[in-house]
Design a protein around this ligand. Structure first.
Ligand SMILES: NC(=O)c1ccc[n+]([C@@H]2O[C@H](COP(=O)([O-])OP(=O)(O)OC[C@H]3O[C@@H](n4cnc5c(N)ncnc54)[C@H](O)[C@@H]3O)[C@@H](O)[C@H]2O)c1
Length: 310
């Protein structure tokens, strides 16, 4: 079962699970997800999708849950911050309750945002983070932190097989063109020939993981023995400045766009780069798709999307 199945990562995960021959139940309330993301899977005999909000309890049979339901981009998670927090906290309680009832393993899609605006240049799982609990990003960051607490307490208190992965910036086809995330923003602006907006001076760094690599990491984590709980960082440790990313996308799209600067939003992290030593040693995992290849696939996707009438 995949919650958030109609979302960007969830739809790729469902596709991969079906390709491997599993029966898959996708759950989504379509808050940010789209039926279009699942269009190619709907006819698959092993796939079923259910409209459901995970802030409500769910009674189904399953042996493995991937809990991905949660808006992931600041524009969307800040639109209804109370709902975002409910999705992380009530959603985690409901999905953990379901896992406990049916004896399923459950994997939580946590985030590098639990590290907040980090002091260490590269963040390892042992770092406890630096999060503003009352800022506009807190509904997401603190929600995900509380969900990690719930996953850890269900394991300690009820012996549940819970696993946490902390996902760093991931990109690829099926991101929304309007979600304000840096890769999709820049590609859409470049394809439309609009100015590319960077926040601040653009020297802040990010590290981008292609979605197929991320899905591979999620699957490997789900197959670890019961005693493995994480958290485990999943991300691509190759850093690039936001300005260099914009320049790369302008070149790759052949766009005439220029770069313009806007004020930095509140609590925007200056640096974000995963230490993936644990994922390497525990899961034998590391990213295999380089930025150039991943961006070219993503640009192709957006080129087709923007040319398709809604
Ligand atoms: N994409 C990234 O870079 C990234 C980074 C860190 C963590 N994550 C985490 O991975 C997960 C998936 O992210 P994504 O990028 O695919 O985001 P997304 O917004 O594309 O997908 C989230 C999905 O969850 C659904 N959803 C939201 N609230 C729900 C609810 N209450 N009940 C049922 N469904 C609900 C949405 O409709 C959507 O389909 C999220 O939990 C996110 O926090 C993503």
């Amino acid at each position: 079962m995949v919650t958030g199945a109609a979302g960007f990562i969830g739809s790729h995960l469902c596709e991969r699970l079906l390709d491997e021959g599993h029966e898959v139940l996708g759950v989504d309330n379509y808050y940010t997800g789209s039926r279009r993301n699942l269009a190619d899977l709907l006819a698959h005999p092993m796939f079923e999708v259910m409209r459901h909000d995970i802030t409500m309890p769910l009674y189904v049979e399953t042996d493995l849950i991937f809990n991905l339901a949660c808006p992931a981009s600041p524009i969307h998670y800040q639109r209804d911050p109370v709902q975002t927090l409910k999705t992380s906290v009530h959603g985690a309680i409901n999905m953990l309750g379901l896992a406990k009832r049916v004896g399923a393993s459950i994997v939580q899609a946590s985030t590098s945002e639990v590290y907040g605006d980090p002091e260490p240049a590269v963040q390892a799982e042992s770092y406890w983070g630096r999060v503003n609990p009352i800022g506009t990003r807190a509904c997401y960051d603190e929600g995900k932190r509380a969900a990690e607490t719930l996953f850890s307490d269900y394991r300690r208190q009820h012996g549940s097989d819970t696993k946490i992965v902390r996902i760093f910036n991931t990109y690829g086809p099926r991101m929304r063109p309007d979600d304000g995330r840096v890769v999709s923003n820049f590609i859409v602006q470049a394809l439309r020939g609009e100015p590319i907006t960077i926040y601040g001076d653009g020297v802040q760094t990010r590290a981008f993981c292609y979605v197929s690599d991320l899905v591979e990491g999620l699957l490997r984590m789900s197959r670890t023995p019961g005693e493995v709980s994480g958290p485990v960082n999943l991300g691509n440790p190759v850093e690039i400045t936001v300005r260099a990313l914009a320049e790369h996308i302008i070149a790759a799209t052949g766009s005439a766009s220029t770069i313009v600067s806007r004020p930095l939003p509140e609590d925007d992290p200056r640096q974000r780069c995963p230490d993936i030593s644990l994922a390497k040693s525990l899961l034998g995992w590391e990213p295999t798709v380089d930025l150039e290849t991943g961006l070219s696939r993503t640009i192709d996707y957006f080129r087709t999307l923007l040319a398709t009438p809604v």
